[in-house]
Design a binder for this molecule. Sequence first.
Ligand code: NAP
Ligand code: GDD
Length: 335
Amino acid sequence: MKRALLTGVTGQDGSYLAEFLLGKPDYEVHGLVRRSSTLNRQRIDHLSRENPERLHLHYADLADASCLSSLLEEIQPDEVYNLGAQSHVRVSFDQPLYTADVVGLGTLRLLEAVRVLNRRRPVRFYQASSSEMFGSAPAPQGPDTPFHPRSPYAVAKVYAHWQTINYREAYGLYACSGILFNHESPRRGESFVTRKVTLGAARIKEGLQKRLVMGNLEAKRDWGFAGDYVRAMWLMLQQDKPDDYIVATGETYSIHELLEKAFTLVDLDYRDFVDFDERYVRPSEVDVLQGDATKAREVLGWKPEVDFDGLVRMMVEHDLELARREKHARAFPGG
Ligand code: NAP
Ligand code: GDD
């Protein structure tokens, strides 16, 4: 059995990666979870039920170096995937120090624990880097594009990215940084723009919500499907040599186009329902992201299977089902 340790297992990517690894007969998955006053394991509950022997959860936090090193000693993983983060760009302007601590120093804490264990047994490390690191660099962004981060989150990711590379160069660690462009799914958090739009369209269609309040609709993103992107993470750790890769679809769409597509799927015109609120505008914005994933395609043999149309359709259909259930529950509160 191979042992994989995942930070951020309760998040969107953590749940897809755990599902992907548990789909292989030879993996045991150890997920780190944070203590919360109510349980927030909806994304992985089905995995716990289906794989009680091979999915193990441990309390830990990227802010706590001692628990990271003792868990690594206890679990002795073959692969470590660092997916944990305060991952919301807008929120990082409200909580810059916390974001820097968890995203930046948290990665360093984990790398240190990996470095110590790696002296005795080989450990492979994956860092969840982000296209946000390119920030204002002109699109398309590729391996030679310089970083110009535009948020406390992005600056912290640049720090973690370079720490990962330095641990590879200084200590010979098998450490990879995956620079992933935006990836979405029905499991995406409700405050990220794709999910906010697909859930909003579905709830408006079902009469559960009247308006959708949004920020900057001009921004463009390269959106892929999270299920495709976790496959690239795993592939990075299966190569002969560690390296860094960009993972993206190569296509870019504006928030206007996202709204148009999602609302058309429910036979509505988004212009009749969307309001603007300054609250959702960032102090400094990333205008256009569009990635060049040639290296991932050529070296890893990776390519996305779900395109933008398929992604929006998948999310709208999921959210329509949710909205219908909510409507039904309101109409028949007893069951
Ligand atoms: P997500 O849904 O927001 O999940 C984040 C995960 O990190 C959650 O499990 C969360 O736990 C955990 N976490 C937060 N603070 C933590 C802390 N102090 N210690 C330990 N764990 C903590 O994010 P995602 O979309 O799955 O993204 C996964 C990773 O990829 C993140 O590092 C993100 O920055 C990066 N990334 C994402 C994208 C994207 O488009 N999705 C693109 C590039 C890079 P709780 O459930 O307890 O909150
Ligand atoms: N969240 C949000 N809410 N974004 C909005 C809204 C709104 O109401 N209105 C417009 N936007 C715009 C944002 O200004 C941004 O330009 C774009 O929609 C995408 O916002 P998010 O979905 O919040 O994602 P992000 O691109 O800022 O960050 C995500 O992708 C990164 C990779 O590029 C996150 O998943 C990061 O963790 C990830 O690193």
